[in-house]
Design a binder for this molecule. Structure first.
Ligand SMILES: NC(=O)c1ccc[n+]([C@@H]2O[C@H](COP(=O)([O-])OP(=O)(O)OC[C@H]3O[C@@H](n4cnc5c(N)ncnc54)[C@H](OP(=O)(O)O)[C@@H]3O)[C@@H](O)[C@H]2O)c1
Length: 287
């Protein structure tokens, strides 16, 4: 660790651009040394040099393709064995766009490996170390698409639902310890992810597109406030509370020993109203 450091080391995945690179900048300014993980080593080296000059932070570059088992295992091993690491920013991610039918299934599979499998394995490795040491911070990048699946393609938003549910449950699992879990749900943010998914960020309405600096600064305020879920765009926190209350209200009725009465009728009889969650129901709600 460097002289500069008084917070330990933050390991950031996907640190070569966008949200991850911005976390690297902010965390270096907050007194962390860094381990920067991504595939583009030259960009990571440039970032490391810039941050060292600006803040004195030491940044180690750990080149890894997190869709590759051996590379992922190296990063996991680092998280398990390096007691100076006090924070994991589980950020690396890609977005698939377009319909599933006719889509590039190999690209979708690679996305699931990165957005789901790597996030899970790295969180598990970090959590094991943090629990053993009694402290640590785990930040997972989800997306508002976890709450708005109708706005984008099926597989990407599903990976982000995974990250949200995974984080909520992991928080409960780790709550006896002093390990802090935060899941961040950015809305559309101006980064390279759009171009990489074949979408022009400039084609999005300006009113829904946040600059990456503002996004990460807000997420870090949420972290400082020990929020479990941070939705930087959401003006009124009570809306999230109301959503959670409505979800929890379903709880006692989600698993019962008998089907609900509306499903107890002869097969073939027409439905009176669209079934909740069906396309017809969603369309009716949109009108
Ligand atoms: N921007 C948005 O609108 C938005 C909204 C909601 C959530 N998010 C989430 O925020 C996170 C960061 O996205 P971003 O917007 O900052 O995108 P970005 O600018 O494209 O950055 C993605 C990062 O992930 C890394 N990465 C991609 N594939 C990788 C692989 N196979 N192995 C290791 N690293 C890999 C990239 O580095 P290399 O190419 O060098 O490997 C890059 O550093 C993602 O999880 C994304 O889903 C973004």
């Amino acid at each position: 660790m460097s002289q500069h450091n008084d917070k330990g080391v933050a390991l950031i995945t996907g640190a070569s651009s966008g949200i991850g690179a911005t976390y690297a900048d902010r965390l270096a300014h907050r007194g962390y040394d860094l381990v920067l993980v991504a595939r583009d080593a030259p960009r990571l080296e440039q970032l490391a040099a810039r941050l060292r000059a600006a803040t004195g932070a030491t940044s180690e570059v750990l080149r890894a393709d997190l869709t590759q088992k051996a590379d992922l295992a190296r990063v996991e091993q680092r998280l398990r064995s390096d007691a100076t690491i006090t924070m994991l920013v589980n950020n690396a991610g890609v977005a698939a766009s377009g319909p599933l039918v006719g889509g590039d299934l190999d690209a979708i599979e690679a996305m699931i490996h990165l957005n789901v499998v790597a996030v899970t394995r790295l969180a598990a490795a970090a959590a094991a170390s943090f629990v053993a040491r009694g402290a640590g911070v785990l930040i997972n990048l989800s997306s508002v698409l976890a709450l708005a699946p109708e706005r984008f393609n099926a597989s990407y938003s599903a990976t982000k639902v995974y990250v949200l549910n995974f984080s909520l449950t992991l928080h409960h699992e780790l709550s006896p310890s002093d390990v802090q879990v935060q899941v961040v749900l950015p809305g559309a943010t101006r980064t390279a992810i759009w171009a990489r998914a074949g979408i022009e960020a400039a084609s999005l309405p300006a009113s829904i597109l946040m600059e990456v600096d503002e996004l990460v600064d807000a997420a870090l305020v949420g972290l400082d406030c020990r929020e479990l879920v941070t939705i930087p765009s959401l003006p009124d926190l009570m809306d999230w509370e109301a959503y959670t209350t409505a979800r929890l209200h379903l709880g006692p009725n989600l698993s019962r020993d008998h089907a609900a009465d509306r499903y107890k009728r002869p097969a073939g009889r027409p439905c009176k109203s669209p079934v909740v969650g069906s396309v017809a129901h969603e369309r009716k709600q949109e009108r």
